[in-house]
Design a protein around this ligand. Sequence first.
Ligand SMILES: Nc1ncnc2c1ncn2[C@@H]1O[C@H](COP(=O)(O)OP(=O)(O)OP(=O)(O)O)[C@@H](O)[C@H]1O
Ligand SMILES: [Mg+2]
Length: 339
Amino acid sequence: MVKLIVLDIGYGDTKYATIVNGGGKVSLRRQLFPSAVAAVGPNGFSSGPKPKAGQSLTFGGQKYAIGDYASGLSAEFATLARDRAWSEEALVLALSGLVRAVPGGGQVNLTVSLPVSWMSDASRVKSLLRGDHEVKVGRAISLYQVKRVDIMPQGFGVYMAATHALDEKGAPYLSAPDIHHGGAIVIDVGRHTSNFVFVHANSRYDNSLSDSAELGTDIVLRAIQVEASKKHRMTISMSVADRATREGYLSVGSKKVPIKTLVGPAYQDLASRIVSVSQGLVGSRKLGFGCVIIGGGGSKVKPLVAAIKKGFGHNRFIIDRQGQFGNVTGQLIWALGVK
Ligand SMILES: Nc1ncnc2c1ncn2[C@@H]1O[C@H](COP(=O)(O)OP(=O)(O)OP(=O)(O)O)[C@@H](O)[C@H]1O
Ligand SMILES: [Mg+2]
């Protein structure tokens, strides 16, 4: 049986989803892990804690630590390369997603989303992913036979997820028909980048009105790091800063220092830049926005979303409920329904 796996490799986290059939029940499995990769020597794991499933693999004769394990092992881990398109790190993250989703190997079909700015590289990514990949996990060798690869821009999955929704009573509906006057601008707000995807009234993605920009929640995380260092003489990692944004305070010793006043201006700044990129893409062509759809991890940050919404004024505004899993959820809907 060919398994379907969908992947969304972000600068912050790699998200994957698959459908599992077990115990008489078919269910959706969605998971994420940090997009961190560290190449290690042959004896790299001999001391310290052992990696968990999917946190290490050997591919092409090279051993890699992945995710939390990579960042715990060394401060010098690589994440996705910003200046290149598809990279070795991206391939290792994709394979790690496969190992976690289908342990032991097998035949798979993949739907992978790429940043809008990488879409010109889509056919090369397809051919790199397609075919056989031998991956060693521990002592076991697994063979993944990638039969088919579909590529879509990050942000389009958010569109699919947001338009195939359930209402308050749990009844399914398509919100697409009512947003179809003027099309929709979808903004997928990530850790380091945001993808802006324009979808026409007929649900067609328009590459010429879409783009990626280096705008993400890390602007805010960096502001927290600077504050922690200046005011509290603390050096904190991005993941500690990330936790602070989710909890609303920074732990300094036993004290909880609220971060609201600190992050407010950073969110405001990020929001206004997001609105101006959208207007630059779509507004100048007098197409206007039939609707604004916001998704990605950034759509879970309330003050940020409020500031973006204010910036768009009267436009219809939809917040995708899937947060970080917006793309993989929509990619799965697409993969199951469209072909
Ligand atoms: N519930 C939440 N509350 C607050 N912040 C959140 C929440 N969920 C996610 N975030 C923030 O949103 C960020 C972006 O998440 P997402 O997974 O969409 O980014 P990414 O796709 O990895 O990044 P990129 O788009 O740059 O490649 C996270 O790194 C985190 O800082
Ligand atoms: Mg993303």
